[in-house]
Design a binder for this molecule. Structure first.
Ligand SMILES: [Zn+2]
Length: 157
């Protein structure tokens, strides 16, 4: 286990990690999404069809991002949530890339790219669709210890 891993070392500030540090911690697809604002192809990400009770944590730093109770089936091809786990879990920035004006969301702790927020979910309590890359997340089932799940995830179990 790397002492530079923000999941297990609360003293390390994620912004101090170099590109090589992140590459060593993350899988290639996680790196492409979280650190290079990539997007998984629709329908291919993990957790799209997961309805187990539990919580979704950042694959970069372990920050809790979403509760399973906030997940809904949008049909868009990416895991969708109508709100974050708690205020401050995320930060949002205006994204003008690809000729569109969108609201990008990032992990508030490690600045990892998660996806975008769209105001097109009138069937939910907030009206919002947090369209999240499944590979940016690690799911922790209710009753499990988050650090154990995250450790197993890092080691590829
Ligand atoms: Zn994070």
């Amino acid at each position: 286990m790397s002492d530079k891993d923000p999941v297990f070392n609360p003293k390390i500030a994620p912004e101090q990690l170099s590109r090589a540090d992140w590459e060593a911690l993350l899988s290639p697809v996680e790196y492409a999404i979280l650190r290079e604002s990539g997007t998984e192809r629709p329908g291919t990400g993990r957790y799209l069809h997961n309805d187990q009770p539990g919580a979704y944590h950042c694959a970069g730093c372990g920050n809790k991002l979403y509760g399973g109770e906030h997940k809904f089936h949008s049909g868009c091809g990416w895991p969708s949530f109508f709100q974050e786990a708690e205020p401050g879990s995320l930060k949002t920035i205006v994204d003008r890339s690809h000729g569109m004006l969108r609201t990008e969301m990032r992990c508030a702790r490690c600045d990892g790219h998660l996806g975008h927020i769209f105001p097109d979910a009138p069937q939910t309590p907030t009206g919002k669709r947090h369209c999240v890359n499944g590979f940016a997340l690690v799911f922790v089932p209710d009753g499990a210890e988050p650090l154990e799940i995250l450790r197993a995830h890092r080691s590829g179990d």
